[in-house]
Every structure is written in C-alpha cells, then in structure tokens.
Design a protein around this ligand. Structure first.
Ligand SMILES: [Zn+2]
Length: 173
C-alpha cells in the first residue's frame, strides 16, 4: 500500500482506498479485494455470471470459493498470490491450505495432489458436470493422508463418500 493506493489481490490493479470496503479484521482496515472483484465473486457464487472458459480463471475460481469455508474453519485465511508454490491460503496457526477442484469424471472426483508436501491441508471441491459448475461436495483433508499421491480419487459410490465423510464440510450458501 503506497501513496493512498492499494493493490487488489484479485485483479492486481492499484486502486485508491475508496475502491475497497472497510474490513476491520485486516491490518489496513480494508478488504483484500476491490469492490468490483468482490461483487463479481458474489455474482459468480450465485451462478449468474458465467465463468470464462479459461483454465487459469477456473483454477482461481476454486481458490475464491474456498475462502469463506476456510475462514469459518480456521477463523483466519490469508489468500496467497496466484501461483504461490504449494499452497493458496495461510490460515491460523500457520496452517497452509492448497485448494484443489475437480468436475465429475467417469470414476469420481480426481484431485491432482502432485506429491505436494508443503501444504498441511487440501481443500478439495467436487463439482458436478463440467457444464453446471454446481458444488456437490467440499472436503478439508489433512495433507499427510493423501500427499504421497500424485492424484487421488473420491468415487461416487456410497462407500467412497462414506470413507471421506469425516473430512467433508457443509456446503455454504
Ligand atoms: Zn479487483
């Protein structure tokens, strides 16, 4: 933050303070993202704004979705810049969380863990079909359970869903 300008964590623009909402939980008293980005995020969450068909954008969408869940679970979640190595959020007690998302595939939801040993938890989002982008499940899984894998799958079967049940979080509206 310099010269009355602040950089939005989403669009990366340097904007004057009035482009941000007041957020007393932050050290500078302002939201991390600009008003415009927060409004867009809200519209996306409500499903009225189509996602651009662009991998980077879609990956980042998952990261944005994770934020309210992580705040609810850890009380604090600081979003790292896009492309941060190994994790997307730094939460209370120094927990590092990497966000993964998957659409329904033939066998289930496939999450690419890529042997990531930096993150402490993986926040895994299971979407419906590629077209709908509806969230079916979200799981917060301790890294030690899955980070020996390049990828892991949560199957559609009752048994598989049951197996991961203890890590599942309630879907937020
Ligand atoms: Zn912005």
């Amino acid at each position: 933050m310099t010269n009355g300008l602040k950089r939005c964590s989403s669009c990366k623009q340097e904007l004057s303070y009035d482009h941000f909402y007041i957020d007393t939980s932050r050290s500078d008293g302002l939201t991390v993202q600009c008003k415009e980005c927060l409004k867009k995020m809200e519209r996306r969450r409500k499903g009225s704004l189509p996602l651009q068909d662009n991998i980077t954008c879609r990956a980042y969408f998952g990261v944005i979705i994770a934020e309210p869940y992580l705040i609810k679970h850890f009380q604090q979640a600081i979003r790292m810049p896009y492309g941060n190595k190994g994790y997307d959020y730094l939460c209370s007690k120094g927990y590092k969380i990497d966000v993964k998302s998957s659409h329904e595939s033939d066998n289930g939801w496939v999450f690419n863990i890529k042997l990531n040993t930096i993150a402490n938890y993986f926040f895994c989002i299971g979407y419906g079909t590629k077209q709908s982008h509806q969230i079916k499940h979200v799981w917060l899984i301790p890294a030690s359970i899955i980070n020996q894998n390049v990828s892991f799958t949560i199957g559609f079967s009752e048994r598989s869903i049951q197996k991961w049940n203890k890590y599942e979080l309630a879907i937020l509206e």
